[in-house]
Design a protein around this ligand. Structure first.
Ligand code: PA5
Length: 453
């Protein structure tokens, strides 16, 4: 049976399920806006401006990763990076490996550790768990200038040198811009192995480059399956019109609701192992679409906040807000149709009505009923939602979902008329950090910042 692509159910975003606030058929039909978004993205891809869809077809990177990994056998894989340089790898590991992966690692892949934050406890405790001689350090920074990554790498580099002396460079692999930046220069000087982040792929779109694929391979995740799912979704998303083009359709639905005042999207997978995936999507959506000006320079303050939630856990927390709080949200559920395992609830405790009715049913049935109950509860109050379903959480489906959300974000950027691939707001914060930390060349900025002290 061929692998199955995700499907989209948007009945609770449309009429007649939501008679007053749902979208009408003409709102989600093929229209000038959707055609322009599809053509706009295709044009940018052809012009070499946007490269993330090409990654699904890349065979060179998986080959170089496999060949590098054959000679690099380490018990521990320590990733140093932040934002788009670490969230993707964390999402892959959490989704595709059991939560106790680090306890059973060995035959099933290296143990995985991440230093993203410059949190002294995190850094110290992580290093105290590891031995330099058993550890491969992957420093990931496209720009090669991010303060958090530079600081953490300097600490780890010294930790390696103290124990391994001049052999330390064999324990470092740098993933960075193919030509530019100080990390590339340092890698050349110290002789680190390197992998490139293509210049037409931004940090938050880079999970299918070596940024995500190298850690995935070391963790024992099938890169081939990931890319095969991504490819199937890229083919759908770049060739079809509505309604078959699901990333485009979901972007249009979110766009329509955004222009009707729904300033927050709540992404709610019903799967505990997709929490980190939700964090990855939150960055993609927020950093790509949150823009002050459109492509013509007009101030638009575009974007939509993304709250991440996990079903059923957040039914006992955020759902109260979603149902009765400000009516400014759209919920995007994610459903896993056939999880790998079926766990049946025993037919015990029959004299207790609050337990007895559950006996003999599976956890998947309960999960599904809970999601349906929440969708209906929201709809009965005219609160819109839609739902994406995957057959199971495996490498093919995760690859397809990655491409789905990247395309959806790119299409939404086209609809909003903004540049979804830059991040001037983030860069500004980085420059202020340089100034506050006394980096030479930033004196003028430091003086300007003094007025906020
Ligand atoms: O998506 C982005 O561009 C950012 O989130 C970056 O990934 C993040 O700031 C880290 O940047 P770099 O990879 O240059 O260290």
């Amino acid at each position: 049976m061929p692998d199955e692509l995700p499907s989209l159910d948007y009945r609770f975003a449309t009429q007649p399920s939501l008679p007053g606030k749902g979208l009408a058929p003409e709102d989600i039909a093929d229209c000038e806006l959707s055609t322009a978004a599809l053509e706009g993205l295709r044009r940018r891809i052809q012009a070499g401006e946007v490269g993330f869809t090409r990654l699904a077809y890349d065979q060179t990177t998986p080959r170089s990763i496999a060949s590098f990994a054959r000679d690099a056998r380490f018990q521990n894989f320590l990733l140093i990076g932040i934002g788009g340089s670490s969230l993707g790898a964390q999402a892959l590991l959490a989704a595709l490996k059991p939560w106790y992966h680090n306890w059973v690692a060995g035959r099933r892949g290296a143990r995985f550790f991440v230093l993203d934050n410059v949190d002294a406890d995190l850094v110290e405790r992580t290093l105290s768990m590891l031995k330099p001689r058993d550890t491969l350090v992957n420093v990931v920074s496209k720009s090669g200038t991010t303060a958090e990554t530079a600081a953490n790498f300097m600490i780890v580099r010294r930790w390696l040198i103290r124990s391994l002396g001049n052999k330390f460079a064999r324990h470092v692999v740098a993933t960075t811009d193919p030509e530019k930046g100080e990390l590339r220069a340092l890698a050349r000087e110290e002789g680190f192995a390197t992998f490139p982040v293509p210049s037409d792929v931004g940090g938050r779109f880079s999970v299918l480059t070596a940024v995500g694929l190298l850690p995935a391979h070391f963790m024992g995740v099938s890169i081939r399956q990931l890319l095969s799912g991504a490819r199937a979704m890229a083919e759908l998303g770049l060739s079809q019109a509505l309604p078959g083009n699901l990333p485009l359709l979901s972007a249009l639905i979110l766009y329509r609701f955004r222009t009707r005042g729904r300033s927050t999207q709540v992404f709610m997978p019903y799967a505990s192992n997709l929490q980190a995936f939700a964090d990855w999507y939150r960055q993609l959506w927020a950093e790509s679409l949150g823009k002050k000006v459109d492509r013509s320079g007009r101030v638009v303050n575009a974007g939509q906040a993304l709250l991440s939630s996990i079903g059923t856990i957040d039914q006992h927390s955020q759902v109260q807000l979603l149902r009765e709080g400000p009516d400014d949200k759209i919920v995007f559920f994610l459903d896993v149709k056939r999880p790998g395992r079926q766990v049946r609830i025993p037919r015990d405790l029959q004299k207790y009505p609050s337990s007895a009715y559950l006996g003999g049913r599976t956890l998947t049935e309960l999960m599904r009923a809970e999601r349906r109950a929440t969708e209906i509860a929201l709809a009965s109050d005219e609160r819109p939602s839609m739902s994406i379903s995957i057959p199971r959480v495996d490498a093919f489906s995760i690859g397809a979902l990655i491409m789905f959300f990247e395309l959806q974000t790119a299409f939404a950027g086209e609809m909003l008329g903004i540049n979804a691939y830059d991040q001037p707001g983030v860069e500004e914060g980085k420059l202020n950090t340089f100034a506050l930390m006394g980096r030479p060349g930033y004196d003028e900025r430091r003086t300007a910042l003094a007025r906020y002290e």
